[in-house]
Structure formats: structure tokens, C-alpha cells
Design a protein around this ligand. Structure first.
Ligand code: ADP
Ligand code: MG
Length: 482
């Protein structure tokens, strides 16, 4: 190597900047606290850009990325800042809104610093002396509403699946304690919007009635607070605390099952509040009659008001939910992708949102358009594989391979024998190995309707009974999926 070359190499390695050292310290804490996958996804793309006194500026790839960090890692970032810069350390984001070209610098905008848990609490409770000290214990009693402003009626999509619960909820929100829906009991299986709906009621009341104290609590937290209050000789305070609220929202009451002492206390609080005309709102993952382990006297109270269920949203409602979500994120996705997702994910709304978030994350990280291809990959990795190893795509590929046709042939309108039989077989296996409803299976086979799928399944069943070759083929194909 000639001396000139050596000089050149040396010049290319700048001394480490202070900001890099500080950020590296933060990363050390972060790396230890989260899974590698999350670290790679959410922290490796971050570039530390400047350090101004105690203010650290980091550059993130998009607005969405910034929000994700704020929503999911705000506490971790705080911890990391404490470690690297001390309590006064602050964080500022610079968000790339235009990646620029060789000639133009990337355009960025700055966003506010990390919210700390203290100042993200609702304002009207700041003055309460009980809140003077930051919470040491998550389950200590604090007059904090635990309401999440993100849940509102506006962003709760209405459909046949939730009409009764939503309108009863809205009536309660407008006239808390004054309707006959007291208590209001909302039930439905996981991820169908119970928490969203009851939080929306709480938020509405809080925003419209200055004088009403609204309390949202999960049954688990309620139980833990109760246990802690006994341990600390504070049972009286516990009761006083809950008996003072105007609106009590208690989420997932199925968790009270078998907890006799907690139920006794809840029963007294319930009676007290009800007598005073205070509003009680509850949720459960099953109808009251199936709540085993709950005392009859409590169950009979639940029936005083209105019980309304949430059902799985239908296709149109799922589309509307996805659209609302995208609108809130400021993201545009083509209709075919939305439809693909709505067809494929049909069990619950949480899963649906999970897919959309992953899609956005993928797209934002790889700076790639969200198209059906990306949606397919995401679905394959995220939703379907969690429960079932076999996805409809794999089935189509395996069956097409076996018969030496293409997946496109299988989805085509062709009625040639060479593709009809494999197509029917693949539909038959799709029914067997995936949770997809017939309508969705049809959709994945070139938009066929569900009666075609039924017909296919029937004819394969008949053929298996009458033709040993078909039976053998089915066994062979099944062996791929074991
Ligand atoms: P649950 O409490 O029943 O398990 P959640 O209320 O937590 O379900 O809902 C899961 C997710 O789905 C939340 O992010 C919620 O905002 C969303 N969601 C559920 N139902 C709807 C709806 N009808 N419109 C919009 N979003 C919904
Ligand atoms: Mg919930």
C-alpha cells in the first residue's frame, strides 16, 4: 500500500462523535431488554444525529416509525436516557419525510421529546395529592382514570356485529346512570372490541361531564389492588376510593371467577354505586350465564341492566375497520390489498389490525409499496403460521407441483380436466388445513364463490370413496402437511 492510499484510508474514519457514544450507551440498555428481532426492526434503523446539551436527536425513517417508538418503547427509551444522559436527558426525533437525492439533503421534521409516564397522565388528576409521588407499584391505588384517549366512538366502526352494544354504549355515554342500561354488560370473545367500546364510553363521559369521575379498571388490576390493600391495611381506603366514582368501568369480569373475597367486595361496591344511580359498565369474554365461578348474587345483579354482545365483524365491516385504521395512520393502500387482508383475516379485529401494522412496518422499513405480494408474505409469516403451519398458498403450491400445473392454472377460470381436479383437491385440503371460511377459500381460488368450494369438497369426498387412486393421492398430499 502506498503512503497516499494509507492517508486516504485514515481520513475516511472520523473520530467517534459524542452523540454516537451516547446513543451506543442507550442501545446497550435497549438491546438487553427486548428480543433481537424487535431490536433489529425498531432500533437498528435509527441514526443518532446530534447532541445539544442534554437533548439527544435521533433520526427515524418515518412518521409511523416515530409513533411506533412512542407507543411501544417510550418507557424503555426513558430508561436508556436515564442511563446515558441522566434524569434531565431528553429525546428529540427527526423524521425523514423525504429521502432526498444525491444533490438534496433528506428533508426531516422534528418531533417533541419522549413523554414521561408522569406527564402523560390526565390533567385534572395532577392536582390530587395522591398523585404527588410517582407510582412505585403498578397496582397501588391512584386516582388515575386509566382511560386511553385513542379509543372513541368515532373510530369504533359500526356493523351488524356490534350495533346493539354500540348504541347502548352511546346512550349510556350521553346519560350515565340515567338509562335503564345499568349495569351495561358487553360480552364477546377476544379482540372484538370490548375494551375499545367501554373505553370510548369512559372517554365520552370524561370529555362531556366535567364533574363526573370515571374509573376504568381491569378485573385483574382490581383484584391486585384489593389484595394489596388488605396486605397494607388499607381496605377502607380501597372501598372509599371505588365508592366515590360516578362511572365504574370494569373490564374482563371473567377474571373474578373463583376469587370469592374480591367478588364480595365488588358486590358491595356495585350495590353502593347502583343505589346512588352511578353508572356501572362491565365486559366479559362470555355471556353471564356461562360465567362459572361467579357468585349467583353477583350474576343476578348483572342482569338488572342490559347485556349486549359483540360478534365477529363481517367482510364489509372488516374493510371499513381497515380503512379507518389506514386513514388514521395517513397511509394509502390499494383496494385489492385491503380486500385480500379482509378476506384472509376474519377471526378478530385485533389480528386484523396486527396485519395492517405489520404491513405498514414492512413497507416503511423496506420503503416498498404495500401490494398484494407484500400482504401475502406478511400474512404467511404473521397470522397463519402462528396457529397452523399450513397456509392456503402452500397447499396451492404443493398440489400444483404434484400435478405439474401452475398455481395460476389452479386459480384460472379454466374448466379443463387437468386443472379442475387439482383445483378441487386443493380446495378440499384448504378446508381441512386452514381456518378459512369457504367464502375466503373461494376468493383465494380466483374469486370463486362458496358454493363452488362446497361442490369441490363433495366431489373429492365422493371420489375418495369410489376411486382408490384418488384416496391414495389425498393421503400422499396430506403427508406433505404433517
Ligand atoms: P377486546 O377487549 O374485546 O379483546 P379490543 O377492544 O382490545 O378487544 O379490540 C382489539 C382491537 O381492535 C383494538 O385495537 C380496537 O381498537 C380494534 N377494534 C375492535 N373493534 C373495532 C371496531 N368496531 N372499529 C374499530 N376498531 C375496532
Ligand atoms: Mg379487552
Amino acid at each position: 500500500m502506498t503512503p497516499t492510499e494509507l492517508n486516504f484510508t485514515l481520513e475516511k474514519v472520523p473520530p467517534p462523535r459524542e452523540v454516537d457514544i451516547v446513543w451506543e450507551k442507550c442501545l446497550r440498555i435497549i438491546r438487553e431488554s427486548i428480543p433481537t428481532q424487535s431490536f433489529q426492526t425498531w432500533f437498528e434503523p435509527i441514526r443518532p444525529s446530534k447532541l445539544n446539551g442534554k437533548v439527544l436527536t435521533i433520526q427515524v425513517p418515518s412518521q409511523f416509525f416515530y409513533e411506533w417508538l412512542e407507543d411501544n418503547y417510550v418507557h424503555l427509551l426513558r430508561e436508556a436516557l436515564d442511563f446515558s444522559l441522566g434524569r434531565e436527558g431528553m429525546l428529540e426525533y427527526s423524521i425523514i419525510v423525504d429521502t432526498g437525492t444525491e444533490r438534496h439533503q433528506p428533508l426531516t421534521v422534528s418531533m417533541p421529546t419522549v413523554k414521561t409516564p408522569q406527564n402523560s397522565r390526565p390533567d385534572n388528576f395532577q392536582n390530587d395529592p395522591r398523585n404527588a409521588a410517582p407510582p412505585k407499584d403498578q397496582d397501588s391505588l391512584q386516582l388515575d382514570t386509566y382511560l386511553n384517549q385513542g379509543y372513541s366512538f368515532d373510530n369504533f366502526i359500526e356493523g351488524d356485529c356490534n350495533r346493539l352494544a354500540r348504541s347502548a354504549g352511546f346512550a349510556v355515554a350521553q346519560r350515565p346512570g340515567l338509562t335503564s342500561f345499568n349495569p351495561l354488560m358487553v360480552y364477546g370473545s377476544v379482540g372484538l372490541g370490548k375494551t375499545h367500546l367501554v373505553q370510548a364510553i369512559g372517554n365520552y363521559i370524561r370529555n362531556h361531564f366535567d364533574d363526573k369521575v370515571v374509573m376504568y379498571v381491569s378485573s385483574e388490576k382490581f383484584t391486585n389492588q384489593f389484595i394489596n390493600s388488605i396486605r397494607n391495611n388499607m381496605l377502607q381506603q380501597f372501598n372509599d376510593f371505588y365508592m366515590k366514582v360516578d362511572v365504574l368501568v370494569i373490564d374482563d369480569v371473567q377474571f373474578l371467577s373463583g376469587k370469592e373475597k374480591t367478588q364480595d367486595t365488588f358486590f358491595h361496591i356495585f350495590n353502593h354505586l347502583h343505589q346512588l344511580g352511578k353508572q356501572i359498565i362491565m365486559t366479559s369474554d362470555r355471556p353471564p350465564r356461562e360465567l362459572q365461578g361467579l357468585q349467583d348474587r353477583l350474576l343476578s345483579r348483572f342482569k338488572w341492566g342490559l347485556t349486549a354482545d359483540l360478534q365477529t365483524p363481517d367482510f364489509e365491516t372488516r374493510i371499513a375497520i381497515i380503512q379507518k385504521k389506514l386513514q388514521a395512520e395517513g397511509i394509502f393502500i390499494e383496494n385489492d390489498v385491503i380486500e385480500y387482508v379482509a378476506h384472509s383475516v376474519n377471526s378478530n379485529v385485533r389480528e386484523l389490525e396486527g396485519v395492517i401494522i405489520s404491513l405498514m412496518a414492512q413497507a416503511s422499513l423496506t420503503r416498498r409499496e404495500i401490494d398484494v405480494e407484500l400482504a401475502k408474505n406478511t400474512l404467511r409469516n404473521i397470522v397463519l403460521n402462528e396457529e397452523k403451519e399450513v397456509t392456503i398458498d402452500t397447499i396451492q403450491e404443493v398440489v400444483a407441483d404434484h400435478f405439474e400445473i401452475t398455481v395460476a392454472d389452479m386459480k384460472s377460470k379454466s374448466r379443463k380436466k387437468e386443472s379442475v381436479y387439482p383445483r378441487q383437491l386443493a380446495m378440499f385440503l384448504a378446508k381441512e388445513y386452514t381456518d378459512l371460511p369457504l367464502k375466503s377459500i373461494g376468493y383465494h381460488f380466483g374469486g370463486r364463490d362458496h358454493s363452488t368450494v362446497i361442490h369441490s369438497i363433495q366431489s373429492i369426498n365422493e371420489l375418495m370413496g369410489s376411486n382408490p387412486d384418488v384416496d391414495e393421492t389425498v393421503q400422499k398430499l396430506r403427508s406433505y402437511f404433517k
